[in-house]
Design a protein. Structure first.
Length: 293
């Protein structure tokens, strides 16, 4: 899609397909600076190899995260100058404003994702996690580096935002009220047979942006690279007309729980495929240390 398209064209495409995809939307060097900034912090906890250019994002099979305050680490990552500049880049906000037909504002809470080899993200819609009317909230996926399908690119099921089956089985649920709420499915073919539509992905570049609706089914391929971390970011935007939920809006917004920190692990220390989000969220104690009790 062309970033200069009119608001009507943008909205029509989004409403029909459930997503928008833009090439060259953010200056590539800005995105790569954000990549370096985040990877440096992962090098501090031993998970990224800084004996070679940090930008390569090569994982080390070690981690000191059990020893540090990961609440403070996360805060340092999400408040980084370049990461904030990418997330708040005006082109994104302008397009989302066209989608929503109102001025858009980004939720302060951000989801930087360091995905190690062997891990992906199961298929899900975002709506159950927010409980904000799905036409007033938009998800944005930004690769922080080039990401091919083999390296864990995002996949979306075109048109799935209109599926009544999906809404009934997943999208209309409240993740906080359902016990053990997880992915909708992890099998692309089975899901496609059930819901219909076309799976879409791309060779993403470090200046691309994918925007999609709360009801669009999506996930990410396993990272099958030879040790390269897949780095990307999820952000969300809503209309400025809508009161903002403090869990997502405050400067130190904590997301769904102050006792759980979203800080995906960039090294695959166990052979797991992240079935219950255990590599993404950590329970913490008062001092920000991982609480395993
Ligand atoms: O990057 C991923 O692995 C998943 C991203 C996602 O689920 C989202 O942006 O909502």
């Amino acid at each position: 899609m062309d970033a200069c398209a009119s608001a009507i064209e943008i909205r029509e495409f989004y409403e029909k397909h459930g997503y928008l995809f833009f090439r060259d939307l953010i200056p590539r060097e800005l995105v790569l600076n954000a990549r370096d900034e985040i990877l440096q912090k992962y090098a501090i906890i031993g998970e990224v190899d800084d004996r070679q250019p940090i930008r390569m994002g090569m994982a080390l099979n070690r981690s000191y995260r059990e020893e540090v305050n990961i609440r403070a680490l996360r805060q340092s990552i999400v408040s980084g100058y370049y990461y904030q500049s990418v997330s708040r880049f005006s082109n994104i906000q302008n397009i989302v404003s066209k989608v929503l037909d109102y001025d858009a504002q980004m939720l302060n809470y951000l989801w930087p994702r360091m995905i190690p080899t062997g891990t992906g993200t199961g298929l899900h819609q975002d709506a159950p996690f927010f409980q904000i009317p799905s036409d007033l909230l938009v998800s944005v996926w930004t690769p922080l580096g080039d990401v091919s399908p083999t390296e864990g690119a995002l996949v979306i099921l075109e048109g799935s935002h209109k599926s009544e089956t999906l809404k009934h089985e997943y999208g209309n649920k409240d993740a906080d009220k359902e016990k053990g709420f997880g992915w909708y499915n992890t099998d692309l073919e089975e899901t496609q047979r059930r819901i219909g539509g076309q799976w879409l992905t791309a060779d993403f570049n470090a200046d691309d942006v994918l925007i999609f609706s709360q009801m669009t089914l999506h996930g990410a391929f396993d990272n099958n690279s030879a040790g390269k971390i897949r780095l990307s970011s999820d952000s969300r935007f809503q209309s400025t007309e809508l009161p903002i939920d403090p869990r997502w809006a405050a400067d130190n917004a904590t997301g769904r729980s102050a006792k759980r920190v979203f800080l995906p692990q960039s090294t695959c220390l166990e052979t797991i495929s992240n079935p219950n989000l255990s590599t993404e969220f950590h329970d913490i104690d008062d001092f920000g240390k991982i609480d395993r009790t």
